[in-house]
Write a protein that binds this ligand. Structure first.
Ligand SMILES: *Cc1c(COP(=O)(O)O)cnc(C)c1O
Ligand SMILES: [Zn+2]
Length: 392
């Protein structure tokens, strides 16, 4: 197996960056770098059918992954999560083709495993053995786990008001932890300071080029599970936006690879919390960039991201896809968690429940047609939120 990673390209000014050097963001304009692949080469080297015969984890898409040598892959078996038909829930809503992709099945209980498996593998491959990262919760747990497996030094900052599970995980896996008063933006500042002092590599969301590559494998898996067709709508709980961007990138790559049965892309729906919705606000105001959200508050801790670094890309993707952005209230989350649990047997996280609330609103508004093929992304397991969920 060989990676067809070619180089890194700035998503704003297009500047070329060498992928085999350590990079964070564009050295010209400071914006997000994306890995670019030789997809012609990949297409000749491997068929989509071959991939499905490989072990059931996200590294089966190795040709389109950013790690040069399979020996450098740090894995706990992440990815290849179930795409569940949600027929009973669908019947309740009047939807005929409703699906739930359950990312709660990943190592450490959230899809952050995908991003951090990719980022840690590539960091280690490029000789970075000391890293720093702020987290709203689940990313911290995932980095701590992959960091322990890779045997690297991790410094992780987490806001105090984060579900206990993430804090326990980071300590348990042996990372260095600092609890920070405030939100992930404050945690980011502390992580950057420490990174500067100790010379640690910054693994913040979208500020290094490879977490998005792990998350894009969700898009490859969706296409494979739908027999290389494209769902009409993907409903995604958006914090830093890596998952939404990754899924979109995967569909773009598969289009170039000629793997899709139809020339079509999904509509991407960005769901945020009423208590922290910088992207949705910018979307509704017709802006290309978001403003920092003051006093972000939500029990959906993964959505508590007041200044998403890739705001421009998220807004561009939502618009280009013909999707939309909306908010849901925290008080709507628990009933949705209960509905999914009772009807489908899945204990989703509050962020995952937000996608169901959003779907209900979009069906009422007529933005989504009940006969469309709809995917709700459950980004993590509800089991990591026991201390913040009120259980009547
Ligand atoms: C991080 C996180 C999100 C937000 O993901 P992004 O890709 O950063 O937008 C959503 N849900 C959960 C459970 C998370 O941990
Ligand atoms: Zn640039």
């Amino acid at each position: 197996m060989k990676s067809f990673l070619s180089h890194l390209e700035c998503t704003v000014c297009g500047k070329y960056h060498d992928a085999d050097l350590v990079q964070n963001f564009c050295d010209e304009c400071g914006r997000v770098l994306y890995p670019v692949y030789d997809l012609e080469g990949a297409r000749r080297a491997v068929s989509k059918i071959d991939l499905l015969g490989r072990p059931a984890n996200m590294w089966r898409f190795f040709e389109m992954m950013p790690v040069r040598s399979p020996d450098n892959v740090v894995t706990l078996g992440e990815g290849v999560t179930p795409l569940l038909r949600a027929d009973k829930l669908g019947r309740k809503l009047g939807c005929s083709q409703l699906f739930l992709k359950d990312e709660g099945m990943n190592p450490t209980g959230s899809f952050k495993a995908r991003g951090l498996s990719a980022a840690v593998s590539r960091a280690v491959e490029l000789g970075q053995r000391r890293v720093a990262m702020p987290s709203a919760g689940n990313a911290g747990g995932a980095l701590a786990a992959y960091g322990s497996r890779a045997g690297i030094d991790c410094f992780i900052t987490i806001p105090e008001e984060t579900p206990q599970a993430a804090v326990t995980e980071v300590r348990l896996y042996g990372s260095r932890l600092e609890l920070v008063a405030g939100h992930i933006g404050d945690a980011g500042r502390i992580a950057r300071e420490r990174a500067g002092i100790e010379g640690l590599f910054d693994l913040s969301t979208m500020k290094e080029p490879y977490r998005v590559e792990g998350k894009k494998t969700m898009g490859y898996e969706l296409a494979a599970d739908f027999n290389w067709t494209v769902p009409d709508v993907v409903v995604y709980p958006t914090g830093g936006g890596t998952g939404l961007l990754g899924i979109w990138k995967a569909f773009e790559e598969m289009t170039q690879l000629g793997w899709l049965e139809e020339a079509k892309m999904p509509r991407m729906i960005c769901v945020q919390s009423e208590g922290c919705a910088p992207i949705t606000r910018a979307y509704l105001e017709g802006k290309d960039r978001s403003e920092p959200w003051v006093d972000p508050i939500t029990i959906a801790s993964g959505l508590r991201v007041p200044t998403p670094f890739a705001d421009d890309l998220i807004l561009q993707t939502v618009r280009e896809s013909g999707g939309t952005a909306l908010t849901v209230g925290d008080e709507e989350l628990y009933p949705a968690i209960k509905d999914i649990a009772e009807l489908e047997g899945v204990f989703v996280c509050p962020e995952g429940a937000a996608t169901l609330v959003a779907l209900q609103k979009l069906l009422e508004m007529g933005t989504i047609d009940p006969d469309e093929k709809i995917v709700l992304l459950n980004t993590g397991t509800g089991l990591k939120y026991l201390d913040v969920l009120e259980t009547p």
